[in-house]
Each structure stands twice: as structure tokens, then as C-alpha cells.
Design a protein around this ligand. Structure first.
Ligand SMILES: NC(=O)c1ccc[n+]([C@@H]2O[C@H](COP(=O)([O-])OP(=O)(O)OC[C@H]3O[C@@H](n4cnc5c(N)ncnc54)[C@H](O)[C@@H]3O)[C@@H](O)[C@H]2O)c1
Length: 356
């Protein structure tokens, strides 16, 4: 009797227990799940940093796929595993094509895959660019809060780079109780600066909004500085611009010359992650041959292990951790399930019997 014949005579079996259904979650569903949830998401990001700091996560180095024929473009893979209540594994796969902006579509596009803790099966593919921007903005708002607790909340904010990430960061600051007397905007593209200012006005942002033509003007007139450019190498190197010791959210990671970091206090999200891929902290390490310029991580600050100085420029450089994408992605997934809107692809896994 052939194996095929034996299998054919077996009674029909139900599918193995535990192969989860596979769902696709659209960007519109992601937006619905996150709308108006700034406080919850900042709390979730804080809890995730604490889990990561306590070692309840696996977050290997991001993998950068680059292309000789498209030097400004890249696609990054961020695999991660998170413990705690979320208990989920997964991968963010995010493209950055800066030339997209001129063509009228966003620079970044992404999917986020969630994998089941017990079986390893992928159980959801979510639109990832909104989740990525959201966790980035929530991390920035969290850092702005913790790092200004001793020095007092800045009331003059300046945005270097006026794209989608700048918009999300402003939304997250405003959504978690920040208001400003002055909002400065500096972008190499006048259209981007005008577009962002238009958004700020429509959103009812507090404070006077001013476009600054020069980088120096923006820096000198801001106590909270947000870098969200696409600069590939440092373009700010004049120490005298930092005499007023601002708090700097260095989200785009490659704007500041090493000498600025070496003259500042430095907080990162994860030391090993941040000191790679030619970020400014990586350049500072290469320049000095050591990591002495780093004061610690945001988790160190939140846990009270590190106290940040109030009389020096303070730079937060977040590499961006896959565990944050996972945590926010799982939150979105759970919200979509709760709302009854989960769209399952019924026959996504169709080879579930070992011998057919
Ligand atoms: N650290 C993280 O976790 C994290 C996460 C997401 C995005 N990012 C980074 O945030 C940055 C911004 O992303 P985005 O989606 O808003 O990009 P975007 O293309 O929408 O906007 C970037 C803006 O920066 C401007 N710009 C470029 N060089 C400049 C300079 N030297 N001075 C002033 N403005 C300049 C561009 O004209 C553009 O308007 C990217 O570098 C991205 O990699 C970081």
C-alpha cells in the first residue's frame, strides 16, 4: 500500500490545533486604532523600554539592505521579540526612499509582521509606516518629558526637517500636554516648511509659528530642538549655537557633528544599537575610541540610575527599536480584534497536514 493510499483511507482530521488565522490590517484600521491614543501609546512605549531594559526582549541589530544603483535608498529589517503581557515576536520591514517625497508620496513605507509566541506562525501583517511613525513620536515625547523634568519644560520648540516624522512628533507632544510659546521650523525645502506650518495652523497648535531660514537662527531660538531630517552626514557643527544648552531630540541621528555630542550629555535608547550605521554617536565613538561621552539610556534615566545635567546641552539619540514597533503593532491588532474588524485571510496557511 502506498503512503498515499494509506493517507487516503484515514478519516478526515481536523486541522492541527494552534495554527492561528492570518489577518491583514490596513493603514486605515491602524489609524482608527491609534487615533487620539497619544497618552496610552506613550505609556506603552515607556513600559516597553522598561521591559527592554530589564532584558525581557530580544532585539538583534537591524539589517540594512542598500543598493549601489540607488544610494539614497534603503530597506531595514528590524526583528524583535517581546516578553511581558504582549508576548509576541515579529519583524518590521521598512523602506526609506527619500526621492518619493518629490513624487508626492511618503519617504517611508513598511509592513509589520506579528508572529505567534507559541507556534511561531505569522498571524498578522499590518501596514507599518503609521505604527513606525507613532512609536518614534511616542518615544520622542516620552524622552522630552523625562529629560526635561529637572531642567523645566521648554516653551520654544524648533523643528529641523518638516516631514511626516516632525508632524507626528508635534502631534504626540501636543497630545501629551505640551504647549509652546514659539514653534520654529527650518527645512531645506521651502515647500516642506510651508506644508508643515499649514498643518500646525490647521491643527490649532499653540504658539507663534516662524519659519527660520538659517539653521543657526532655529537652534539659537529653541530650547527643545527636534532633528527629523534625512541628512546622511553631520551638518551642524558650531558649538556656539548651543550656548543656551537646549534639549535636543536627535531623531534623525546623523545631523550633529561628533564635537557637538562630545560637548553635551548624551542619552540613547540602546547603546549597542545606536553606535552603528554611521550615526553621530557612532562617529563620536570612532573619533574618541571610547563610549565615555554616553551618559546612559532613557531606561537608566526613568529608573533613576542616571541623573541628567541641567547646565549642559542634552542630546537624546534614539536608534529606534523593533520592540517598540512590536508593542504598538500588538496594541493595534488587539484593538482591531476588539472592534470586530479583523480581516482574516481564510486559506492563507493551506499546507497544515504533515503528510498531506
Ligand atoms: N530614530 C528613529 O527611530 C526614527 C524613526 C523613524 C524615522 N526616523 C528618521 O526621521 C527622519 C525624517 O523622516 P520623515 O519621514 O519625516 O522624512 P521626510 O522625507 O518626510 O522629511 C524630511 C525633511 O527633512 C528635510 N531636510 C533634509 N535635510 C535637511 C537639513 N540638512 N536641514 C533641514 N531640513 C532638512 C527635507 O527637506 C524633508 O522635508 C529620517 O531621517 C528617518 O530616518 C528616525
Amino acid at each position: 500500500m502506498t503512503a498515499r493510499g494509506a493517507a487516503a483511507r484515514e478519516p478526515a482530521r481536523s486541522e492541527p490545533i494552534g495554527a492561528p488565522p492570518f489577518a491583514v490590517v490596513s493603514g486605515a484600521q491602524v489609524q482608527d486604532a491609534l487615533q487620539g491614543r497619544e497618552k496610552q501609546i506613550v505609556e506603552l512605549v515607556e513600559a516597553t523600554y522598561r521591559l527592554h531594559g530589564a532584558g525581557a526582549s530580544v532585539n538583534p541589530p537591524s539589517y540594512f539592505l542598500r543598493f549601489p544603483d540607488r544610494p539614497t535608498a534603503r530597506i531595514i529589517a528590524l526583528p524583535a521579540s517581546i516578553g511581558g503581557q504582549a508576548r509576541v515576536d515579529g519583524l518590521k520591514w521598512i523602506s526609506s526612499f527619500p526621492e518619493n517625497v518629490a513624487a508626492g508620496i511618503p519617504r517611508a513605507s513598511a509592513v509589520l509582521i506579528l508572529n505567534d509566541h507559541d507556534t511561531g506562525y505569522p498571524f498578522a501583517c499590518l501596514e507599518g509606516s503609521i505604527i513606525s511613525a507613532t512609536r518614534t513620536a511616542a518615544s520622542a515625547a516620552l524622552a522630552a518629558d523625562w529629560l526635561s523634568r529637572d531642567r523645566g519644560r521648554p516653551t520654544r520648540i524648533g523643528f529641523f526637517g518638516a516631514g511626516l516624522i516632525a508632524r507626528y512628533i508635534h502631534t504626540y507632544l501636543a497630545g501629551t500636554g505640551w504647549s509652546f510659546d514659539e514653534i520654529g521650523v527650518h527645512d531645506l525645502s521651502a515647500d516642506s516648511a510651508a506644508g508643515f506650518c499649514g498643518h500646525l495652523e490647521r491643527s490649532g497648535a499653540s504658539g507663534r509659528i516662524t519659519v527660520r531660514d538659517s539653521a543657526e537662527q532655529l537652534l539659537r531660538s529653541s530650547d527643545l530642538v527636534v532633528f527629523a531630517t534625512v541628512a546622511g552626514q553631520p551638518h551642524v557643527s558650531d558649538l556656539s549655537w548651543f550656548q543656551h544648552h537646549p534639549l535636543v531630540l536627535h531623531v534623525s541621528l546623523r545631523d550633529l557633528a561628533p564635537e557637538i555630542l562630545l560637548a553635551s550629555a548624551n542619552i540613547v535608547d540602546d547603546v549597542e544599537h545606536c553606535l552603528q550605521a554611521d550615526t553621530s554617536p557612532h562617529l563620536a565613538e570612532q573619533r574618541t575610541g571610547n563610549r565615555d561621552f554616553l551618559d546612559g539610556t532613557l531606561d537608566d534615566v526613568m529608573a533613576g540610575r542616571v541623573t541628567v545635567p541641567t547646565d549642559r546641552t542634552l542630546v537624546f539619540s534614539p536608534f529606534g527599536l523593533g520592540v517598540l514597533d512590536l508593542a504598538v503593532g500588538k496594541y493595534v491588532y488587539d484593538e482591531v480584534v476588539r472592534s470586530g474588524g479583523l480581516r482574516v485571510v481564510d486559506d492563507f496557511f493551506s499546507e497544515l497536514r504533515r503528510y498531506g
